[in-house]
Structure formats: C-alpha cells, structure tokens
Design a protein around this ligand. Structure first.
Ligand code: WT7
Length: 562
C-alpha cells in the first residue's frame, strides 16, 4: 500500500503546457517575463505589485485576510497605494537603500505591506517570526546593527530597546503611536504614489536567520534576482494560474512564508489568503472553505494533525475548490499522502529546499507520478546528485550527501558577515552545494530523504540548532551542562529533548524540569523549549576535544536508556 505510486491527474498544468519532460530549460529563457528585461529597472516590490496595476489588473484581489475577528481584502491597486504610503513614512524617517528594516508582526496584511514598503525603498527586509522572544529578536537585529523596526504594541514587550543600541526608529502599526511612530496614522496623510527605488538584481532583498549545529543562527541574505526562480516555481510547482486563490500557511518569519507566502504568489498575480490565528483543524478547514482556496502550501505536521482528527471532520467543510496541495519542511510520510488521496481525493506534492537555496529545488511536479516517501525530482534547470564522503557521485539507491550543482537564480547572496561560512556549503571545492541532508536517488531520479548529516533538529518543519538551546540552558543556575537532540515524534517529526547535568544542590524533580522549560521558552522561543528533559550524571563526550557526543545521546534515546 505505502509503496503504491500515484499517477498525475489530467489537468491544464502550467508546467505541462510550457515544458516537456526531459526538454532543456535555461533560467535565462524566462527573463522576458520581468519588467526589468525591458526597462532595465529592477525591484522585487515593483514586480510583485506595481506591474500588475500597470498591466490593468489593479482591481484584482491581491490579499484576502481572515481571522476570527476580522476579514478584509486588498486589490492590487489598493495594495500598491498602501505600500507606497508606508514606504513614504519610512523614507521620511530615514530608511534608504541597503538599510536593514526588521518586521515583527503577526500573520496579517500589515506584515506583507511593511515588507513590500521596505523593499520598494531598496532596503533589506528582516521578517521576524511572530513567536520569537526577546533574545531571538535582539540577537538578530544586533547582528545586522539594524536601525529600523516595524512592529505592533502587543509585540513591544519582547523588544528591549536598551539591548538593541543600533535601533534608530521603531514604527508601530497601531493608530496610537505613544512613544513610537505610528506608521498607519502617518501613512493616512501620505501621497499614494511613489517612485520605486531601483536596485540591481544582485542587491540585498531579505535576510533570514537559520540555525547551524554550532554557533548562533546565521543571517542568510538573498538578492532581488531570486524573483526569477520564485516566479517560475510559483508557476510550475505551485501551478499558479491567475484565477487561483492561494494559501501558504507559514509565517513570513520563516523563509517559506516570505518566498511562497509573499513573493511567489504576488509575482504570479494571484489572490493570497492570509489567516490570522493558530492551527486548529476546524479553523483551517474553515479557511479552505470560506476563502475558496484552490492551491494550498503547508507542512507535514499540519497534515498529520488533520489526519489525527475524527474521520468525518473534513466532510463538514466544502473543499471542492481545492485542487493542488503541497508540502515542505520535513519528511512527508507515505501514510499521510495515501490518507489525503483517499480523504480529499488530492495528491500532496512534497517539495524540498532550504533557507539558503531561496526557492524550491526538488519537487513533485503536478505532471509527474508521485512515489510516496520521495521528495520528488530536481525541477527543470536544477541538477542534483548524491555524493560520498569524498565528493564522488554515488550510484542509485546508495545513501550519501544530497548535493545541488551551483548556481541557480535564488541561491543565497551571502552569509551576513561570515564569508567563511558560505564556503562550508562547498566542502569539496567545486560547484556541488551540500545541503547537510542525507538522501538516496532511485533509478528514475527520485530523491528519498534519509536524515540530516549534522545534529540539526527538525520539529514541525522548524530547523532548530542544538547549540543555541544548549547555550540558553547553560544560563539557568541549575544547569551545569547539557546536550540537546531531536527525538522522533509521530506528529512533530522530532521534538527537542535535553539531557541535563545539574549543579550541586539541585534536585532532579519535575518542577525543575518545568522551570527550565519555561526558561528556554521565554528566552528563545516556544519551539526551542525542550519538550522532554532527562537529568543525568554525566554527558558522553569526545575524548580529545570534550565536545558533547550528541550521536551517543541519540543512541541512548533510540535504545530507550533514558
Ligand atoms: C531543511 C531546511 C525552505 C523549506 C523550509 C525549511 C528539511 C526541507 C524537506 C522535505 C524532508 C525537508 C531538510 C532541509 N527539509 N524540506 N520536503 N523533506 N526534509 O527550511 O529551515 O532552511 O530547513 O529542512 O533537512 O535541509 P530550513
């Protein structure tokens, strides 16, 4: 059953119309789809919004926001005016090309508008995840010496201004600015027209912080050229047609929420659904029905949670508009694909990429057969391989390092202030970019994810570095040292588990575990807090360097030792 493949359904797919399997494809072939190809003037925000208005599509709905309290829409023309007004306020208060503008807002149209306004001025936007706590916020802005932040009063208690000395101006989206600049209030008085600040394809567009197995999260900077691949994958992988109502469930603080929640749908001129609020099966099915979602991009954890609901639940909702479903971020279980196929009569199309890669690289195209358990095959224009420890290509079915031949249009521009780190993605010197994932490829070129080659934890599709959590744990007075690993979990993929050696005088009691958990939660973020804590006598360490042997901890975990 789980090995059964799922053939594509007949459909008028963009990729099927424009590209035949095996045919050559060069990213340059699609440059003529962009305004800059004709005018030489580049800006992501222009391509996302203004070009559609210039092409007479101003009355089309760009954003459709739904929450329990509120529902509203913006046409492309309204979005353009709003972005321009906000950009004017930012400009008046000093924002210019190349500046960092951090955006710390909930899933809401204001988040889209803030990001686009900053980009329209040529600034580099840094969207922050809505659940980040003070330390995560501070570390990121400080790393960039960021001068501008757009946020909301309800988030301000997590922005400790004294700890972020570089901040010049804080804008709030509330009408009452108080000590801060109310961007919404000031925008009301602004002229809704604005000359775009033109940039170069290579200029900085956005920054996302991503965890590694050592050190603090690194800032991955992407460039405006990303739009080439983001537009095209929106067209060929998401299969966006102009009539689509599209919903990406990720917050823009994660790269998926920025690339496939903001850029790709707007570049393709579709209607983007934004849902304000948390996951619940009823709420999400409700969004699909109320907004008439046709294309839906989400994550395995969400699909698994929907699968665990009472069997008939989905029947209470009209899902008849939904036609294309995609997944990203963590392994998608074959059972989930089969369940969705039986329950919704829809295939879930897995996709694979990373913060660093800027757009999808491996995917199940709608025109291809799905082999459940596989992330799909490289998309047109991308070459992948599986390499051994010496960088040699392995034959099919052999597990090794998943590698992509550089470069592609949305490849990261740089690791902020860390050029050495960039080089570590190319350990064999040549043009093979290594993802840090282990995988094998079958004889048809389908890629099967086998795990990470490092200690990274993937919980509900969020990439978590053990080092950051261990460092936080060390700040707690009871903790002498700790080792953090991912423990397999049916719903979340993995959960964070911490092995802790206590300082003298502390007792190994559940209350202390609770306290340590909330300490990480309030300092870093909820998803980083260890769901499980085991107090131990001593940590396994390497003999020479004394590094925590997370591999050994994983072994203990799988053998049920602790
Ligand atoms: C890591 C990248 C940009 C996507 C969101 C996560 C894992 C990603 C899949 C998939 C199995 C996946 C990999 C990758 N991952 N997609 N379809 N199946 N694993 O971005 O936070 O940069 O993490 O997520 O391990 O290297 P990210």
């Amino acid at each position: 059953m789980t090995n059964a493949t799922i053939p594509p359904e007949k459909g008028d797919y963009q990729v099927g119309r424009e590209w035949r399997e095996g045919a050559p494809f060069d990213w340059k072939d699609i440059h003529s789809n962009f305004t800059w190809h004709k005018t030489g003037k580049v800006n992501m925000a222009y391509e996302c919004v203004d070009r559609h208005v210039a092409e007479g599509k101003g009355n089309k709905t760009a954003l459709h926001y739904l929450s329990d309290e509120e529902e509203n829409t913006y046409t492309y023309a309204e979005l353009q005016r709003e972005v321009n007004r906000w950009a004017r306020v930012l400009q008046r208060h000093g924002v210019k090309k190349g500046d960092f503008v951090f955006v710390f807002l909930p899933k809401h149209p204001s988040c889209h508008i803030a990001m686009l306004a900053a980009i329209k001025l040529g600034a580099v936007v840094g969207p922050l995840f809505e659940a980040f706590m003070e330390e995560a916020v501070k570390d990121r802005i400080n790393d960039c010496e960021g001068e501008y932040l757009i946020t909301d009063h309800s988030f301000l208690d997590r922005v400790i201004r004294e700890d972020i000395p570089s901040l010049k101006n804080i804008f709030v989206t509330d009408k009452q600015g108080g000590d801060y600049i109310s961007i919404t209030k000031e925008a009301e008085k602004e002229n809704p027209e604005l000359e775009t600040v033109w940039v170069d394809l290579e200029d900085g567009l956005n920054i996302h912080y991503t965890s590694g197995s050592t050190g603090k999260p690194k800032g991955i900077i992407h460039a405006h050229r990303n739009m080439i691949q983001q537009y095209q994958t929106g067209r060929w992988v998401l299969d966006l047609h102009e009539s689509d109502i599209y919903w990406c469930t990720a917050h823009p603080g994660w790269v998926t929420g920025t690339v496939y929640g903001v850029f790709a749908p707007l570049l393709n001129g579709v209607t983007t659904v934004i849902h304000g609020g948390r996951f619940s099966a009823e709420a999400w099915y409700g969004v699909l029905e109320r907004a008439g979602v046709t294309v839906w991009y989400s994550a395995p954890t969400a699909f698994r949670m929907l699968k665990s609901q009472p069997e008939r639940l989905h029947k209470d909702y009209d899902l008849s508009k939904l036609r294309h479903v995609l997944s990203v971020g963590e392994p998608l279980n074959p059972e989930v694909i089969h369940w969705a196929y039986e329950t919704w009569s829809l295939r879930i199309h897995d996709t694979w990429w990373m913060t660093e890669t800027g757009a999808q690289l491996v995917a199940n195209l709608p025109t291809r057969t799905i082999k459940p358990g596989s992330m799909g095959r490289p998309i047109p224009g991308i070459k992948a391989a599986v390499l051994d420890d010496d960088g040699k290509e392995l034959p099919s079915k052999k597990t090794g390092h998943l590698a992509i031949q550089a470069s592609w249009p949305s490849m990261m521009k740089e690791v902020w202030k860390n050029p050495e780190k960039y080089q570590t993605y190319f350990p064999f010197g040549g043009d093979w970019y290594l993802a840090g994932d282990l995988a094998y490829m079958d004889e048809d070129g389908y890629i099967f994810f086998q795990g990470r080659s490092d200690d990274m934890i993937n919980s509900s599709g969020e990439r978590i570095g053990p080092f950051e959590i261990e460092s936080k744990l060390m700040e707690h007075p009871a903790v002498k040292e700790s080792g953090v690993i991912g423990k397999p979990d049916d719903v979340r993929g993995e959960i964070v588990k911490a092995y802790i050696v206590l300082n003298e005088g502390y007792e190994r009691v559940e209350e202390l575990a609770q306290e340590i958990r909330s300490f990480v939660k309030s300092g870093l973020a909820a998803h980083a807090a260890p769901r499980e804590i085991a107090f131990i006598e001593e940590l396994p360490k390497t003999q020479i360097s004394g590094k925590v042997l997370r591999r050994e901890l994983k072994k203990w975990e799988s053998e049920g030792v602790l």
